[in-house]
Design a protein around this ligand. Structure first.
Ligand code: AP5
Ligand code: MG
Ligand code: ZN
Length: 213
């Protein structure tokens, strides 16, 4: 299964990606997670990305595309992959197309998670992210067993810098202006599947698997 998950910030891409990657036994590749890991480790890539991420802007394509090209060079993608948060604009979609054509690894599907803006704000304002493994939880909707501690790896939970209201607003604008057009493109070539992002996490996973066949 070679899959792209697309949807606005807070739609639950990261949450669903964990379950779908386990179900299909494929690596979960989140460009946001890779940038955050680099920030945490103080790498050059992390330094390049930080100011863009903090403002809710896209990290420049020159940086992002090379990072993804590199990641897709890893042997673990031989049986498929799940891309979460990439591509996010037309140029990235074109570059991905070239990379996959070179590797003779055509996409199977693009899954869009549909959600309205009011729900997004509720989700992002209560989201907590693990410093250890990057997994999301929520102070109300997906409470960890122990407050402030990740269920999966016992890492510390923190609030992402870009989950502040002004930055969320900017991320939504960027999504509408830059990412929504690529969803239309994937629709036009028959790869798009759409499901609602509302409801229980496990119900959404089931809907996703049945939509993907
Ligand atoms: P990225 O990390 O990709 O952020 P995003 O796209 O804005 O998406 P989020 O991670 O905020 O949301 P999500 O859909 O994963 O939701 P989640 O599952 O956590 O990107 C961050 C930044 O990095 C970008 O702004 C940009 O600067 C840079 N970047 C990344 N990729 C890039 C690229 N390709 N090009 C350029 N720059 C790039 O869920 C949200 C919350 O809701 C959680 O609290 C969760 O517990 C809760 N929740 C999930 N599902 C449910 C449910 N069913 N019911 C109730 N609550 C739920
Ligand atoms: Mg995410
Ligand atoms: Zn963790």
């Amino acid at each position: 299964m070679r899959l792209i998950l697309v949807g606005p910030p807070g739609a639950g891409k990261g949450t669903q990606a964990v379950h779908l990657a386990a179900h299909y036994k494929i690596p979960h590749i989140s460009t946001g997670d890779i940038f955050r890991a680099n920030l945490k480790n103080g790498t050059e890539l992390g330094k390049q990305a930080q100011s863009f991420m903090d403002r809710g802007e896209l990290v420049p394509d020159s940086v992002t595309n090379e990072m993804v090209r590199d990641r897709l060079g890893n042997t673990d993608v031989a049986n498929g992959f799940l891309l979460d948060g990439f591509p996010r604009n037309t140029n990235q979609a074109q570059v991905l197309d070239q990379i996959l054509a070179e590797k003779k690894m055509p996409l199977d599907a693009v899954l869009e998670l549909k959600i309205d803006n009011a729900e997004i704000v509720k989700r992002l304002s209560g989201r907590r992210t693990c410093r250890g493994c990057g997994v999301s939880s929520h102070v109300e909707f997906e409470k960890p067993k122990v407050a402030g501690v990740c269920d999966k790896c016992q890492g510390e939970l923190y609030q992402r810098e870009d989950d502040k209201e002004e930055v969320v607003t900017r991320r939504l604008v960027i999504y509408t202006e830059q990412t929504a057009p690529i969803v239309e493109f994937y629709k036009s070539i028959g790869l798009l599947k759409i499901i609602s992002a509302l409801g229980d996490v496990s119900e959404i996973t089931k809907k996703a698997i049945s939509a993907l066949g």
